[in-house]
Design a protein around this ligand. Structure first.
Ligand SMILES: Cc1ncc(COP(=O)(O)O)c(C=O)c1O
Length: 440
């Protein structure tokens, strides 16, 4: 059965044939590829086509697909029981590793997704402060909890809907929105409503409007304002945790939040999320306190084992983060040169092993500037790369991720594909050729 047939079959059971919207290729057109195998930096689809993978299951596979120690750890854990619904040793062992990497997480709780982590962190912030309002940034995505589906990026950004249907106005009316990197707008909101704001939730490096790094002073400013008004600062490190550094963005930028949300890498490809922070806040959680949160499969041994094996393999890989940085710099360098040669305006934002190439002259510093990207050109480019064996995110507003399984050969092959694909986009009349021939 090839992807086409599988997609038809899937649509008989699954809305749009998928279990998460962006996978349906709606913003790039064409048939989603059904992947049947992943190995290292490569994936294979149902048509037997092999690709160099830069989606990386949206971030968790920093070691690559089917990394043997991770697979073995899961098999070993499964042999002892897939779920107990009771305390188990592996929870403690993973928590120890997370606490070591994230000292600001004095206490933490494991959940099963990033969405659960952010939803629970917000409930805790509201419970701790006794306030209802939360502040998030335009184009940021923190999972699909109702209160956070207000001008969220990723999926919704791709479909351009301001908020999801089915979310009561009464739920999002307490969600304040400010442009990313606009500290003044945040300060204005705090000056007006500061006493009613429970928390600011921020992706310390945005990854769902495409990759947008924090501007100079943005994160320290959020730290200062939240402390000044008695609100909590929540770092959503679901993408950046263990991705940018072992201690995530808070290690990289030296700014420490009150609460941190993790996901993706901490589960090694299995469903794990976590939230944690200052002890006095976390002690409000049931069974210790009045803030209720629970999960049947939270802390299940397989997911804990996969997370542990991933964090241990990362710790045992010398220079893991500088190697990822070098590989990504090499790829982005080739990408910029290829775009320049093709005369296509492209702006590439990169932090460590996550980056986005926006089809716009740039700079891209927030959602509004990201949205200036030419998504029609991205769609053509996406398929030109797919046809050349390179699997990128089927949306302009997503991050690309490198893993430690990507080789310099993969990078060289990708750069050749880029040169051809960008030329083919121009030849097909796509993209406003930049007369100046410059690309940032
Ligand atoms: C920054 C961020 N927060 C939260 C989430 C939600 O995580 P999940 O899809 O595991 O529920 C995502 C998912 O991509 C994310 O990128």
């Amino acid at each position: 059965m090839n992807s086409q047939k599988l997609y038809q079959k899937a649509q008989a059971y699954l809305p749009g044939g998928v279990n998460s919207p962006v996978r349906a290729f709606r913003s790039v057109g064409g048939t989603p590829r059904f992947l049947i195998r992943g190995h290292g930096s490569h994936v294979t689809d149902a048509d037997g086509q092999e690709y160099i993978d830069y989606v990386n299951s949206w971030g968790p596979l920093i070691l690559g697909h089917a990394h043997l120690p991770v697979v073995r750890a899961i098999q070993q854990a499964a042999a002892a029981g897939t779920s107990f619904g009771a305390p188990n040793l592996l929870e403690i062992e993973l928590a120890q590793r997370v606490a070591q990497a994230f000292p600001s997480m004095e206490l933490m709780r494991f959940v099963n997704s990033g969405t659960e982590a952010t939803m629970s962190a917000l409930r805790l912030a509201r419970g701790y402060t006794g306030r209802n309002r939360i502040l998030k940034f335009d184009g940021a995505y923190h999972g699909h909890a109702d209160a956070l589906l207000a001008q969220a990026g990723s999926g919704l950004a791709t479909f351009g809907l301001p908020a999801s249907a089915g979310v009561p106005e009464s739920v999002t009316q307490d969600t304040l929105i400010a442009p990313y990197n606009d500290l003044e707008a945040v300060a204005t909101l705090f000056a007006r409503l500061g006493e009613s704001i429970a928390a600011v939730i921020v992706e310390p490096v945005a990854g769902n409007m495409g990759v947008v790094p924090p501007a100079e002073g943005f994160l320290p400013g959020l730290r200062q304002l939240t402390s000044q008004y008695g609100a909590l600062l929540i770092f959503d490190e679901v993408i950046t945790g263990f991705r940018l550094a072992r201690g995530g963005a808070q290690e990289l930028y030296g700014i420490f939040p009150d609460l941190t949300c993790l996901g993706k890498i901490v589960g090694g490809g299995l469903p794990v999320g976590a939230f944690g922070g200052r002890r006095e806040i976390m002690e409000l959680l049931a069974p210790l306190g009045p803030v209720y949160q629970a999960g049947t499969l939270s802390g299940n041994p397989l997911a804990m084992a996969a997370g542990m094996a991933t964090l241990d393999a990362l710790a045992q890989t010398p220079q893991a983060y500088s190697r990822l940085d070098e590989l990504a710099a090499q790829l982005v360098g080739g990408w910029k040169a290829a775009a320049h040669d093709a005369g296509l305006p492209v702006t590439i934002n990169r932090v460590g092993s996550m980056f986005t190439a926006f089809f716009t002259a740039g700079p891209v510093t927030d959602y509004a500037s990201a949205k200036r990207s030419d998504t029609a050109v991205y769609a053509r480019f996406f398929h030109a790369m797919l046809d050349r064996g390179i699997y990128l995110a089927p949306s302009q507003f997503e991050a690309a991720f490198l893993s430690l399984a990507h080789s310099t050969d993969d990078i060289d092959t990708t750069i050749v594909a880029l040169q051809e694909a960008l030329q083919s986009v121009v030849a097909a009349g796509g993209g406003t050729v930049d007369q100046g021939g410059s690309s940032q």
